[in-house]
Design a binder for this molecule. Structure first.
Ligand SMILES: *Cc1c(COP(=O)(O)O)cnc(C)c1O
Length: 424
C-alpha cells in the first residue's frame, strides 16, 4: 500500500498518524516495512540509507546478528517472568564495569523513565524540591523536564506542555547551556535545589558540544553545593565511548541515566549511581519506582549482547566511526563552503548536524536561530534521494557500525543535491 494511503488511514485513528511527534513530517511520513544493517525499506519498497538509526539507539546497526541470536535464544525459554533473573545481574555487572561512577543500577524501560527516577532520587536524597536543567536539553516526556526542552518539543514550538502542572514546572529552573556562571548564579539564589540534570553532549538541539571547562565547572559547582549531578547519557551512553561522555571527559556524576544504544533496538534503559543514593529506591528505601516490564529477559538479553559486542569490538568501533564521521563532515563542509552557503557543522564521535547560520551553534538560542526552513529543504531532498535523517533541525545524524564507505559516499552525493536546493 502507498505511504499516502497508509497515512490517511493512520491519522484517523492515531493522533497525527504517529506514535511519537517527530515522526510526523510534511506532507506525510513513509511507513517502514523492514530494516537491515544500515538500511530501511518503506511499504513502497523504497530503500533508504538510515542516518536516523533509532535516534542513536542502533549503534551496531539494524538486526545485528549477535543481538538477534541472543534474543532468539531467550524467546524459546520465556519473554516475561516478573521475578529477578540471573540475566539482570549479568547486565548490571556489565554496566557497572563500563561506568565507574555507578555502584548500583536499576533497569527501566525508557530514557524518560530513567530521568524521572533520577530526579525523584535526587529529591529523595536531598529532601529538596527544585531541579535545574539546561535550555534545549531533552530528558524525556514528563512534566518536570518538559520546560524549554529540545527534540520534538523545540521542533513543535512547545516551551511548557499544555496539561503540565505549573506547580511542577515552576520547580524546574532553566539555565543556559555552556554557561556555568548562569548555573552558579541560579544556585546562589535558590537554596532549595535537589539536583542538576544535563546532557553532557547536547544531542537534542541539533548537536551542541560542551565548551572548554563547562562540564568540569558544573561538576565543581554542584559538588561545592552538595547538589547531586545527573548526567543524562541516554544518547551518549555507549555512543561516545564504552563508558559514555563521562569517560570521554573524565567527569564523575552522582547519577547516570542510560537508554537508546544500551539495547541496540530493544526497549531498555537504566538509572545508576552512588550506592547511598541508589539504595533509597523502594522497597529498601522510600523513593518509589516500579515497572511490570523492567528487566524483562528479552530486553536484558539484547542489552547483554549489545554491551558484550561493544566491549569486544571497542578498539576498532569508535575509531572507525569517528574516522567516517570526520571524513563525511569535512567533505560536507567543503561542499557547503564551495557553494557559499552560510553554515555550521557540529560533530563528535559518530554524530553530527549541519545548521544554516553564520553564527557558531553553542546553545538553545543559537540553534533556534539557524534557518530551519532551509534544513527542511535539505531533509526533503535527502529523503527523495534515499537518505533518511531525523526530520528536524533539533535532532542529530547518527552513524552506525553497519554503515560502509559506499553508503557514506552515496549519502554525500544526496547532501550535495540537497545543498543545491538550499542555495536557491
Ligand atoms: C531520547 C532521550 C531521552 C528519552 O528517552 P525515551 O526512551 O524516548 O523515553 C532522554 N534523554 C535524552 C538525552 C534523550 O536523547
Amino acid at each position: 500500500m502507498s505511504n499516502s494511503r497508509l497515512f490517511s488511514d493512520s491519522k484517523k485513528i492515531i493522533p497525527s498518524g504517529v506514535n511519537s511527534p517527530v515522526r510526523y513530517f510534511q506532507p506525510y511520513p513513509f511507513f517502514t516495512k523492514k530494516s537491515e544493517g544500515a538500511h530501511i525499506w518503506d511499504e513502497e519498497e523504497k530503500k533508504y540509507i538510515d542516518f536516523c538509526n533509532g535516534y542513536g539507539a542502533l549503534l551496531l546497526g539494524h538486526r545485528r546478528k549477535e543481538i538477534i541470536q541472543a534474543v532468539s535464544k531467550q524467546l524459546k525459554i520465556g519473554t516475561l517472568y516478573c521475578t529477578p533473573t540471573q540475566l539482570e545481574i549479568e547486565l548490571s555487572k556489565l554496566i557497572i564495569g563500563n561506568f565507574p561512577s555507578i555502584d548500583k543500577v536499576r533497569l527501566v524501560n525508557t530514557g524518560g523513565e530513567a530521568t524521572m527516577t533520577a530526579i525523584r532520587l535526587a529529591r529523595g536524597f536531598t529532601k529538596k524540591k527544585k531541579i535545574i536543567k539546561f535550555e534545549g536539553c531533552y530528558h524525556g516526556a514528563h512534566d518536570s523536564v518538559l520546560v524549554k526542552a529540545g527534540s520534538g518539543s523545540a521542533h513543535n514550538g512547545i516551551s511548557v506542555s499544555d496539561g503540565g502542572l505549573d506547580e511542577v514546572s515552576k520547580n524546574t529552573l532553566v539555565v543556559q547551556y555552556n554557561n556555568s556562571e548562569d548555573l552558579e548564579k541560579t544556585i546562589r539564589k535558590n537554596k532549595d535545589v535537589a539536583g542538576v540534570i544535563v546532557e553532557p553532549i547536547l544531542a537534542n538541539m541539533g548537536l551542541i558540544l560542551p565548551e572548554n571547562n563547562f562540564l568540569a565547572d558544573i561538576r565543581k559547582i554542584t559538588r561545592e553545593n552538595n547538589i547531586p549531578l545527573i548526567f543524562d547519557e541516554v544518547v551518549t551512553g555507549f555512543r561516545v565511548s564504552t563508558g559514555g561522555a563521562q569517560k570521554h571527559f573524565g567527569i564523575k556524576p552522582d547519577i547516570t541515566t542510560l537508554g537508546k544504544a544500551l539495547g541496540n533496538g530493544f526497549t531498555i534503559a537504566a538509572v545508576g549511581g552512588r550506592k547511598e543514593i541508589m539504595d533509597l529506591l523502594s522497597p529498601g528505601g522510600k523513593v518509589y519506582q516500579a515497572s511490570t516490564f523492567a528487566g524483562n529477559p528479552i530486553s536484558v538479553s539484547a542489552a547483554i549482547s549489545s554491551l558484550k559486542t561493544i566491549n569486544k569490538i571497542k578498539n576498532t568501533l569508535y575509531h572507525k566511526l569517528e574516522k567516517y564521521n570526520l571524513r563525511f563532515t569535512r567533505a560536507l563542509d567543503d561542499l557547503a563552503t564551495d557553494m557559499k552557503i552560510p553554515h555550521q557543522i557540529n560533530s563528535t564521535a559518530s554524530m553530527f548536524q549541519i545548521f544554516f547560520t553564520k553564527k557558531p551553534v553553542v546553545n538553545y538560542e543559537t540553534s533556534k536561530n539557524a534557518d530551519a526552513k532551509k534544513f527542511q529543504k535539505l531533509f526533503q531532498s535527502l529523503l527523495k534521494n534515499g537518505v533518511f535523517i531525523a526530520p528536524s533541525q533539533f535532532e542529530v545524524v547518527f552513524l552506525s557500525d553497519a554503515h560502509k564507505q559506499t553508503d557514506l559516499n552515496k549519502a554525500l552525493d544526496a547532501y550535495q543535491s540537497g545543498l543545491k536546493l538550499v542555495k536557491n
